[in-house]
Design a protein. Sequence first.
Length: 229
Amino acid sequence: MTPDDRDLPHVRGDECPRCHAHDGEPHGLRCADAASDEPTVTAVVALDFDGVINCEDTYRNADRDALISTASEEHSARLIERDLVARVQRVCDATGAGVVVVSAWRGFFPVDALVRLLRGAGLTAPVLGAVGGVKMSGDLRASALLEWLDERPEVTRWCVIDDDVRAFGDRPKRGPVRYADARFAGRCIHPRDGITDADADAAIAILRGHAPATCGPVCVDADGREVAP
């Protein structure tokens, strides 16, 4: 049985309940403990890193020092593709959305470092925090994201951009995905190898309340990657 997020003391208790910054980290992520004159964000992109703002070629071309499991913040910046981040920024520009990180990179870097990495790659949209990322497989990102959203009733529009279907539902060898929660159906974009312009267009449509027909249940292969029906 998958433990509830509350069973993980390093995710609850020592984090800011609004932005999930760890003790000792600066808030500055538009939470209740950080003063801000900027308007409240009502739309959110839940953003994964690997397979979304990088791709298989990114890792093939990276030197050994840039591997995320051993990397410094400087080295890991090489694993983020600016042109892919630009597509995420286009989604945010078109919809007024902010970003909440739902990547396993959360397990390697504190929130402020994740923000710096995104800023360094050209993202200017608000970064509201990070959830999940406490272990590599599944990492509770689905339940953590829903809890994050439940605590923020002002967020009325949201979508997920994550290449790993399995983080949000069952992983059949073929056939439609069975999402763990009905709220994910029609709100998830699963890039095959880095976010594409079509993926960005789909995310914009979702956040504008016009989910494209390609969203929602998809077919996946044995590795949990989206394939054509």
